[in-house]
Design a protein. Structure first.
Ligand code: CP
Length: 337
């Protein structure tokens, strides 16, 4: 079983992963995190930079009693002197799961095709599925009285094209859980209808809604949560100036826009954020900001993903078998080493 898109899992599995994330968070806060992944190893390939995802995977494995290896680009052979397929076959013999972040979505698919251990999409160009689980968990923790994921409204301010991998991931799952996802996006930053087929399908399956409007005020007027995202990627976008002109100031989540939302609406961003561009300092640091909860929940939701994928994938030896094997090897060592 791989974790490539959250929508690959049933609603029941998604809700169970969220519940497990919350249980692990509670246990950890009590200093009683169970070592559910003792002796397990995770290989982490990050072809792109990461703060939250990388740290969360590494700390998650440590807290669960396992071990994570950071496989640095340039220090392993993937994509240069070794194909993705061969890397998948080798890593499958050495670690229990593989996490990969890359802008090359075909490499994630190729790794998953050939690996015989679970592969986790740590963010590709198209989709950011580990962030989506964390965001659902954070919304559930901060739900307005009487609401649930089945009737919540999330307004997403920004680019509604394939550029927005976090919005894409959430739009594939929230309407399937019954919730309402609404993009506020400028003309020219809305994809062809075909791109939204998975979101439309999610609405059909779960009864939620998926809407795109141009006007951010319209999008936030019934929002329980308002999400903002990066306006451009430093070092990647050739047309940073052009994007800035389109998105600012209308598509900035600022105090003026927030005032058009219900008083209970809370603010989200997957981070890193460009302070003063897609969000003002006042919004990021406000008491309605969930940004730091989201960052913290990356850890617990990733712990739940790892447990879900690795549970039961390894034969658990009895204490008697462990003692027998230890005695046999130690006896041999006395004679031969
Ligand atoms: N939200 C997120 O994926 O953060 P990083 O890029 O720091 O991992």
């Amino acid at each position: 079983m791989h974790y490539l898109d959250l929508a690959d899992f049933t609603n029941e599995e998604v809700l169970n992963m969220i519940e497990l994330s919350r249980m692990l968070k509670r246990a950890d806060k009590l200093g009683a995190c169970p070592h559910l992944l003792e002796d397990r190893s995770l290989g982490m390939i990050f072809m792109e930079s990461s703060t939250r995802t990388r740290i969360s995977f590494e700390v998650a494995m440590t807290k669960l009693g396992g071990h994570a290896l950071y496989l640095k680009p340039g220090e392993i052979h993937i994509g240069k002197s070794e194909t993705v397929k061969d890397t998948a076959l080798v890593l499958s013999r050495l670690v229990d799961a593989i996490e990969i972040r890359t802008t090359e979505d075909e490499d994630i698919a190729e790794l998953a095709k050939h690996a015989t251990v679970p592969v986790i999409n740590g963010m590709g160009s198209y989709i950011h599925p580990t962030q989506a689980l964390c965001d659902l968990m954070t919304m559930l923790e901060n739900m307005p009285e009487g609401k649930d994921l089945s009737d919540v409204t999330l307004a997403f301010i920004g680019d509604a094209t394939e550029y927005e991998n976090c919005g894409t991931a959430l739009s594939h799952i929230l309407p399937r859980l019954g919730g309402n996802f609404i993009y506020a996006s400028p003309e020219g930053y809305i994809a062809d209808e075909e791109f939204y087929a998975p979101a439309r399908k999610a609405c059909e399956l779960g009864g939620g809604t998926f809407t795109i409007v141009n006007d951010p005020e319209e999008a936030v007027k019934n929002a329980d949560f308002i999400y903002s995202s990066v306006m451009w990627y430093e070092g990647y976008d050739a047309d940073m100036e052009g994007r800035m002109k389109v998105f600012l100031p209308k598509y900035q989540l600022n105090e003026e826009l927030a005032a058009k939302a219900p008083a209970h609406a809370k603010y989200m961003h997957y981070l890193p954020a460009q302070r003063g561009y897609e969000m003002t300092d006042g919004i990021m640091d406000s008491e309605m900001s969930l940004l730091w909860d989201q960052a913290e929940n990356r850890l617990y939701s990733i712990m739940a993903i790892l447990v879900k994928l690795l549970k039961g994938t390894k034969h658990e030896a009895s204490d008697a078998l462990k003692a027998e094997q230890k005695a046999k090897i130690e006896a041999w060592m006395v004679e031969n080493l």
